[in-house]
Design a protein around this ligand. Structure first.
Ligand code: GLN
Length: 451
């Protein structure tokens, strides 16, 4: 049924870069056969899922939305892919994304944009627009995303779906193509909080192949989602996430969500996080710096595209020609920014300062969580904007992640879930819930209560 749905609507939505029809049917039949033999089934047996094209999949193309990996077939599965298979999930295919996860609209994909199922002329968010659009258009009930500065939560918000960025280290990064290694985190996308929890449990947990993986039991997220409640909880409203640039209907729906939290028995207080206004600036030094280093591996020798290798050119020239042809504008902008920020003589002024701001932001969270159990904010300042509106204005594009980036810098956990439609445009608004590191279950407890 989901494959038929993809066939019927994805020509318009363009959520998928690759649909693995044969593989999905084979996986589904294998689950059926297991059931018939009376074998123990995985926790998500037979449930279809859309996988962001940043996770390696053995034998299936993985492009990361870039021309530089066109034609590359990974010889191995990411840990997340392996765990999905172990849970007996049926992987439908790979979803569209901004090239190397850099963007907030999926317009930076080398394979064309994805439409927002609520209004196909608008962006579905990014970088994981394909994953969230596949959920909102009922092409898949579950999807996987990655969140470096908001790429799970912002697409969830603007498509009216649920997305969770777990605590840094909760989900293995092995086989997840690196953008900014100290910020990147994979996580679940779904249409309900409980579905997200079930997927979270299936993909999280320690992995010896990722040196930053948390070596502790997975928090009880499913139990929390089943027993949603905020009675007696302390909830902080982040004061800094308001004011200029916030759409009236977004603020209205957010305020209504806060009222609902109070009605359900939460104690709501205002919390100030004074360093959050520097988060965007710090992020756009740290993320490009790490990206410039991570993307050095795309040298035309190891993977995918190779341009100009006619037997007369040096390896250096082939590398340069390939990177020139294979990377898009946003990726090049960030490689240049990052290379500059890391260069000798500038390192302390840029990367060093950004790391200090990162510490201040972490301290803001620590102080906040001495007073409250969770923080809440709008996920994004506005609803989905029209395709093309911010494409030539990187600063305007970067502002979409204003409320989501501090969490990545500090490494704690956050969720976006729908909180109604903005009256002025009828488009979905996201409520963001933020929890301390390793307390991911609080997101689900609060999320399930207000859903
Ligand atoms: N939009 C942000 C960026 O462009 C975040 C992307 C992400 O989380 N991968 O970097």
């Amino acid at each position: 049924a989901h494959l038929a749905r993809i066939e019927a609507v994805d020509e318009k939505v363009h959520a998928f870069l690759h649909v693995d029809r044969e593989g999905a049917l084979a996986q589904a039949r294998a689950v059926d056969a297991k059931r018939e033999r009376g074998e123990k089934l995985g926790p998500l047996a037979g449930v279809p899922l859309a996988l962001k094209d940043i996770f390696t999949t053995e034998g299936i193309p993985t492009t990361v939305g870039s021309k530089i990996l066109e034609g590359w077939i990974p010889p191995y599965d990411a840990t997340v892919t392996q765990r999905l298979k172990a849970a007996d999930v049926v992987i439908l295919g790979k979803t569209n994304m901004d090239e190397f996860a850099m963007g907030s609209s999926t317009e930076n994909s080398a394979y064309g944009p994805t439409g927002n199922p609520w209004d196909l002329t608008r962006i579905p968010g990014g970088s994981g627009g394909g994953s969230s659009a596949s959920l909102a258009s009922y092409q898949a009930p579950l999807a996987i995303g990655t969140d470096t500065g908001g790429s799970i939560r912002q697409p969830a918000a603007v498509t009216g779906t649920v997305g969770v960025k777990p605590t840094y280290g909760a989900v293995s990064r092995y086989g997840m193509v690196a953008f900014s290694s100290s910020l990147d985190q994979g996580g679940p996308c779904a249409r309900t909080v409980l579905d997200a929890a079930l997927l979270h449990e299936a993909i999280a947990g320690h992995d010896p192949l990722d040196s930053t993986s948390i070596d502790a039991p997975v928090p009880p997220v499913v139990e929390a989602a089943r027993s949603g409640s905020v009675a007696g909880m302390r909830v902080g409203v982040v004061k800094e996430f308001a004011g200029e640039g916030y759409q009236a209907g977004v603020v209205q729906r957010f305020n209504e969500a806060v009222e609902l939290l109070k009605e359900l028995g939460a104690e709501v207080v205002e919390i100030s996080c004074p360093s959050f206004d520097k988060a965007l600036a710090a992020y756009y030094l740290i993320a490009p710096s790490e990206c410039s280093s991570n993307l050095a591996r795309f040298d035309a020798m190891r993977y995918g595209l190779r341009v100009g290798d006619d037997g007369t050119r040096s390896a250096e020239d082939v590398t340069a020609l390939t990177r020139e042809a294979g990377f898009g504008d946003e990726v090049k902008r960030r490689i240049m920014l990052g290379t500059y920020a890391l260069s000798s003589g500038y390192y302390d002024a840029y990367y060093g300062s950004a790391q200090k701001v990162r510490t201040l932001i972490t301290q803001d969270f620590e102080k906040a969580f001495e007073q409250v159990d969770v923080l809440v904010s709008p996920t994004t300042p506005t609803t989905a904007f029209p395709i093309g509106e911010r494409a030539d204005d990187p600063m305007a594009m970067y502002l979409a992640d204003l409320c989501t980036i501090p969490t990545n810098l500090a490494g704690n956990a956050a969720m976006s879930l729908p909180c109604g439609l903005a009256p002025e445009d009828g488009l979905p608004v996201g409520l963001q819930i933020i929890a301390p590191a390793t307390k991911d279950e609080r997101l689900y407890k609060v999320g399930a209560a207000v859903e």
